[in-house]
Write a protein that binds this ligand. Structure first.
Ligand code: S6P
Ligand code: ZN
Length: 197
C-alpha cells in the first residue's frame, strides 16, 4: 500500500530476502539454511548396509534448503523449503530420504514436486504403509500423524517443494529403529514396492 506521497513502504526484512528458482529447486537469500545428507549419515537406513558401507561415503544423497521466518517451535508460523534427492541406488534399493514423523503429530505439511519422479511413502501409527506417485504437478497433503519418506525412482534429481508448520518438529527415532512397512527396490529395471518388516 502506498503512503500519501505515493511511496511504497520498505519491505519487511523477511519478505525482501528470499528468492526461488522454482524448477531448479534453488533458494537464495540471507536467511536460507541448507543441510546436505551424505551416504555416511544414512547408516542402517538401506536394506543392504554392506553395499552402503562400501560406497563413497561422501556421496550426496539429498539436500534440503529452507527458510524459517520464525524460530522452530513457534506456534502459528510456516516454514518453506525444497529437497533435491539424487538418483541412485544402494544395492537394488533406490536413494531415499531418511524419513520422519512430526514431533507434534497434529502438524501437517504440503509436498509438491517440480522435477523428476518418485514415490512418497506414508505410514500411519499402526504401521499401515502406502506409496503415492510423485511427479511434477502432483500435490501431497501430509497429515501430521503419518511418517513420510521420499524415494527417487527415476534417473534425474527429484526436486520437491514443501511447506510445513514451524512447530511441527521432527521425530526420526522410530524410523531409524524400524523403518517403514515397505521398501522400494528395482526388479527387472522397474521400481517395485515390497512389504518389509
Ligand atoms: C520437513 C519436510 C522436509 C524433509 C526433507 C528431508 O518436515 O518433510 O523438508 O525434512 O525432505 O527428509 P528427512 O526425512 O531427512 O527430514
Ligand atoms: Zn515432514
Amino acid at each position: 500500500m502506498q503512503n500519501a506521497k505515493g511511496e511504497l513502504p520498505a519491505a519487511s526484512p523477511e519478505i525482501a530476502k528470499v528468492t526461488l528458482g522454482w524448477f531448479s529447486g534453488t533458494m537464495d537469500g540471507l536467511p536460507v539454511q541448507e543441510s546436505v545428507k551424505k551416504l555416511s549419515e544414512l547408516e542402517h537406513i538401506f536394506l543392504d548396509e554392506a553395499a552402503r558401507s562400501h560406497m563413497d561415503q561422501d556421496q550426496e544423497v539429498y539436500r534440503v534448503c529452507w527458510w524459517s521466518p520464525v524460530s522452530p517451535g513457534v506456534e502459528g508460523g510456516l516454514f518453506w523449503g525444497v529437497t533435491t534427492l539424487r538418483p541412485g541406488k544402494v544395492g537394488d534399493e533406490y536413494f531415499m530420504t531418511h524419513g520422519h514423523s512430526h514431533a507434534n503429530r497434529s502438524r501437517a505439511e504440503y509436498y509438491t514436486p517440480v522435477s523428476g519422479r518418485g514415490l512418497l511413502i506414508r505410514m500411519d501409527e499402526r504401521r499401515l504403509t502406502w506409496a503415492e506417485e510423485m511427479a511434477p504437478g502432483t500435490l501431497h497433503y501430509l497429515n501430521g500423524e503419518n511418517a513420510h519418506r521420499v524415494v527417487n525412482t527415476g534417473n534425474e534429481p527429484l526436486i520437491f517443494w514443501a511447506c510445513w508448520c514451524s512447530d511441527a518438529g521432527y521425530d526420526y527415532g522410530a524410523i531409524r529403529e524400524r523403518g517403514f512397512g515397505v521398501r522400494v527396490m528395482e526388479r527387472d529395471g522397474q521400481p517395485v514396492v515390497i512389504p518389509y518388516e
